[in-house]
Write a protein that binds this ligand. Structure first.
Ligand SMILES: [Zn+2]
Length: 137
């Protein structure tokens, strides 16, 4: 029996856990078995690597219509984040103010509810992102 994709990836999604190639030191997320650059040289040398969750917005879109189970959240923003370690990560931006999210905006990960399936359903948690606000002086 094959393990459902969701369960296989849960640990990585939950912890922002990727891997680093012991050969070229590139970081990948989600984790891979083999480095796409080093191939054979990376076999057995892929090490777990926890992303800092910090990065910047590479692109984003504001979602104004959503399936029923998301409709309380519209409008919401889904962004492609370029993490400081290199990998691109897709995530929802939370707690934003109008105009705050732009390309290049610094973000950091926060731990939030991702989805709830049905009335008595499973609640999934994982990372989302919020803009890093500079302290007012
Ligand atoms: Zn490599």
């Amino acid at each position: 029996m094959e393990v459902p994709r969701f369960w296989r990836e849960t640990r990585a999604r939950y912890n922002l856990e990727g891997v680093r190639c012991g050969n070229c030191e590139k970081v990948f997320f989600p984790p891979r078995e083999v480095c796409p650059d080093c191939h054979r040289a990376s076999i057995g040398r892929m090490e777990k690597f926890k992303l800092s969750g910090k990065g910047e917005v590479y692109s984003f879109s504001t979602i104004h219509s959503a399936p029923d189970y998301f409709k309380d959240e519209v409008p919401y923003i889904v962004a492609l984040i370029k993490t400081d370690e290199g990998p691109m990560v897709t995530g929802q931006i939370v707690d934003w103010e109008d105009g705050e999210v732009q390309i290049g905006t610094r973000v950091e990960s926060v731990f939030r509810k991702i989805s709830e399936q049905g009335k008595h359903g499973i609640i999934q948690y994982g990372f989302k992102f919020k803009a890093v606000r500079r302290a007012l002086k």
